[in-house]
Design a protein around this ligand. Structure first.
Ligand SMILES: C[S@@+](CC[C@H](N)C(=O)[O-])C[C@H]1O[C@@H](n2cnc3c(N)ncnc32)[C@H](O)[C@@H]1O
Length: 407
């Protein structure tokens, strides 16, 4: 029912736009993309209007909002997460059906993934069926095959896979891995993740490499990266470079100072800011990401950066260090969809940076947090808002906002 009302709301919101034929035959049944029947220019206009509407709730004049999209809004994704399931009595591999918790749409193709990656997905689908082992069912908790994670390097064309199953049958996964790699030389590594979790999430309890490597060589802008199967990376490298470059440009007024990159993930914002700032500190709660961020700094010869593992709201409690030794001129935050923890927000306010940038994949939580920030400290002025359509054909977007302290 909520799904139906969401569809009706979308139809109403987009009633002024003319419709085009969606190229994907699963449009409407697959829960993936819902904007495919709008021209790409209209998708961009819709997302910009949504952002303008949300920002108009702030008690401040808002700067003009621009949105940057992709030159080609198809086959742009560098990663995807597929789910195994049943379709009638056959093993299916695809995405969740619209509005369904357990039904999987068996996909021959996904127009968001490059053809080379899709060929590998079809091969795994075929081999999993051939194995005779059943897919997992999220209601009965019976079955073997659970998820397939795929990463594709837009720079090198390399592919890396992680097959997630319940336990046992290592020999089946090893045979599958060698078979897929022998037919698709772009596959540089296959990992096997085992998950006995009842929750329907692609989060393995343990991971081991069954073929090749667990590191994909990639690049965003000038920076070399080594990506693991589950690392967070923006979904398309070309526009990610534009986002981080625009962020660096918007912070140029505070260059040569100290910056914090909060929720730093693999350290990309840190690397981009290291080019103009004297020192950059990155913080992330995932120890594995922080390790990757350190490796990325080393790999790229960047020395004026330092990373800490821990939750932002906890790490910033050491006020003596953060407000004296590492006192920032600039803070960049890029939290997960839920937005900022109240204690993280108070840490930012205590630091009172000259410039504060907030990058977000969820404009609702972004505007909610900005409202709270401006209420507690009204001396910030919104200087720059820009959107990046990193997710064409879907309702998602990435937004960048920059505030200056005026007193
Ligand atoms: C949207 S990603 C940011 C990615 C990064 N800025 C980039 O551009 O690649 C959000 C990050 O927040 C981290 N995270 C989630 N909760 C956190 C917390 N309470 N404290 C610190 N990091 C957190 C996640 O591990 C993830 O890397």
């Amino acid at each position: 029912m909520p799904r139906l009302s969401a569809r009706l709301a979308l139809a109403q919101e987009t009633s002024a736009y003319s419709r085009v034929d969606p190229p994907c035959r699963y449009f409407g049944s697959c829960g993936g993309c819902s904007l495919q029947d709008l021209r790409y220019e209209d998708q961009l206009a819709l997302k910009r209007q949504r952002l303008e509407r949300l920002f108009s709730e702030l008690d401040q004049p808002i700067p003009p909002i621009a949105i940057e999209g992709l030159d080609d809004p198809w086959r742009y994704r560098n990663r995807a997460e597929f789910t195994f399931g049943w379709q009638e009595d056959r093993l299916a591999l695809g995405y969740h059906a619209a509005g369904s918790f357990s039904r999987i749409v068996d996909l021959e193709d996904c127009h968001l993934l490059p053809q080379a990656a899709m060929r590998v997905v079809r091969e795994v689908h075929h081999l999993a069926r051939e194995s005779g082992l059943p897919p997992y069912h999220p209601k009965t908790h019976q079955g073997f095959f659970r998820f397939l994670l795929i990463r594709y390097s837009q720079m090198t064309g390399q592919v890396m896979l992680c097959v997630i199953t319940t336990g046992g049958h290592r020999e089946i996964i090893e045979a599958l891995a060698h078979s897929v790699a022998s037919r698709h030389p772009a596959v540089v590594g296959v990992s096997w993740g085992v998950s006995e979790r009842l929750a329907d999430v692609a989060l393995p309890d343990s991971v081991s490499v069954v073929y090749g490597t667990d590191v994909l060589e990639d690049q965003i802008g000038p920076f070399r990266l080594q990506i693991k199967a589950r690392s967070f990376l923006q979904p398309t490298n070309q526009l990610a470079d534009r986002l981080y470059t625009a962020l660096g440009e918007a912070l140029a007024s505070a260059s040569a100072g100290v910056a914090w990159d909060l929720y730093c993930g693999l350290g990309l914002v840190t690397l981009y800011l290291s080019r103009t700032m004297r020192k950059v500190y990155g913080i992330d709660s995932e120890a594995e990401y922080v390790e990757s961020a350190r490796r990325h700094a080393q790999l790229n010869g960047v020395t004026n950066v330092e990373f800490r593992a821990g939750r932002v709201e906890e790490v910033l409690r050491d006020r003596r260090f953060w407000l004296e030794e590492a006192k920032p001129d600039v803070i960049v935050v890029d939290p997960p969809r839920a937005g900022l923890h109240a204690e993280a927000l108070s840490g930012l306010l205590a630091a009172r940076p000259k410039v504060l940038a907030y990058v977000s994949c969820n404009p609702q939580s972004l505007v909610r947090d900005l409202r709270e920030l401006l209420r507690s400290f009204p001396r910030y002025r919104l200087r720059h808002v820009q959107a990046f359509d990193l997710f064409p054909q879907t309702n998602h977007m990435e937004a960048l906002s920059v505030l200056d302290r005026v007193g």
